[in-house]
Design a binder for this molecule. Structure first.
Ligand code: SAH
Ligand code: MG
Length: 206
């Protein structure tokens, strides 16, 4: 990965350890099928920079889907709440300014396209085949299952599905990404596992 972009990715606010970010980047950089990339759950743009760097190198585009109001666990009183992300005028989290600034500073405005909205609503209108899909959105059972059902059919054969926060052992973290995305993807026979780094799983569409 380009050293400058890697520095920007590491400096960005967010929830993506370096090794997992690099694995995400490397999976995207090695794509051999045509098509754009799409991520569900951008937050302040950390994963967007790892993926955007790979997309830029290949002349692809990354669609970054997020309503930018935060997941359940980002809300006040929850474990992953960051008070400085609250828009005082609205009284709700707004990660869009942080995302926009991070993408700008990384020089990726021509590569990363923000799609601001609710994931199922965007998915319902989506028709473009995807070379790469990264799911890191809502981590409750229902949001995770919905992202699996609505987005994974768009991944082309030979394309990649990456899933974040996959914890096979309940002691390590919440289960929905494991139970509602990772397991169903493998059990469907449509995807085969290629790599596991931390809580990141890299699957290939058969
Ligand atoms: N990939 C990010 C972390 C994502 S955190 C990183 O590298 O740091 C999860 C994100 O999913 C939050 O920003 C939240 O706003 C978004 N999200 C949760 N449910 C969503 C939904 N239904 N539609 C769109 N975005 C959603
Ligand atoms: Mg995550």
């Amino acid at each position: 990965m380009d050293a400058d972009l890697r520095r920007h990715a590491e400096a960005a606010r967010g929830f993506m350890p370096v090794e997992e970010g690099m694995a995400l980047h490397d999976a995207a950089a090695a794509l051999e099928v045509p098509g754009p990339l799409l991520e569900v759950g951008s937050y302040c743009g950390k994963s967007s920079i790892y993926l955007g760097a790979a997309a830029k190198g290949q002349g692809r585009v990354l669609f970054a889907v997020d309503h930018h109001r935060g997941s359940e666990e980002n809300q006040p009183g929850w474990e992953w709440h960051e008070p400085e992300l609250v828009d005082p005028a609205v009284g709700r989290i707004d990660t869009l300014p942080w995302f926009r600034r991070a993408v700008h500073d990384a020089g990726l405005e021509g590569t990363v396209v923000a799609v601001v909205g609710d994931s199922p609503s965007v998915a319902a209108a989506w028709a473009t085949p995807l070379a790469f899909l990264f799911i890191d959105g809502g981590h409750g059972d229902e949001p995770a299952r919905t992202d699996y059902e609505r987005w994974t059919p768009h991944v082309v054969p030979g394309g990649v599905l990456c899933i974040h926060d996959v914890f096979p052992d309940p002691a390590d973290g919440g289960r929905p990404p494991y139970e509602q995305i990772y397991r169903p993807a493998l059990e469907s026979g449509r995807f085969a596992e290629e790599r596991a780094v931390g809580s990141l799983r890299v699957l290939r569409r058969r």
